[in-house]
Design a protein around this ligand. Sequence first.
Ligand SMILES: [Zn+2]
Length: 256
Amino acid sequence: MEQSCEAAIASGVTEIAITDHVDHVPADLGYGFYRPEAYLRELDEMRERFAGRLTVLRGAEVDYNDSTIDDVERFLDRYRDEYDFIIGSVHYFSDGAMIFPDYFAGKSLDEVFLPYLDQVERAVETGWFDSIGHLDLPKRYAPKTHRDYDPLLFKARLEPIFDRMIAKGVAFEINTSGLRQTPRTSMPSGLVVRWYADRGGKLITTGSDSHAAQTVGAGIPLTLDMLQLCGIEHVASFRKHQASLVPVSTLQTRAA
Ligand SMILES: [Zn+2]
């Protein structure tokens, strides 16, 4: 955590929520490793150590899908109030299959993306999450046979999800890891952000999905520029699950 905080400051980031994965599918490599008390203790040490230089928030990225809903609810019942910011992320389909390249074999894009977006929609409806992670994650894992992914194909499915997000005050994340990985665009990309803005959406968070200090803050300046081009003038910041809007322009100067 300490290295990540130092890296955040070096890359011009002013606020960081360290959102360790809370995995609920036994097949996941991270399953069984999350220790909330130890996390919260270390996080608070960082909060004190970096006070005045970096705002450090208590965060978590909670894996969600239909098959794990009871475990997710149990975790959130016990711990939700301890956190500032919780991302709800779909990494598995309802049958527990991971969105890895093998999953695409013999399937059309619709057969992969539509069930994924169904899970995303249900995550929104729970009202448990402040922001939805990497909205179009399957594109990161799409094998060569499925590189014809075009967000326009799913516009009609995304729009009602955006409407529910707006009605329920749920944000979504621009995950910049896609910029440095196969899709070479953020998850989601600017086009999708534009559709959300056109429907009146205002709650967007940014995340670099860093699993190592080297990539903390990567792609954030570019993403801030993209948001402005798409008509989003603020990013959302959460304290105890309450959103406030921070002008993008104030963040750009610092990240420049
Ligand atoms: Zn994730």
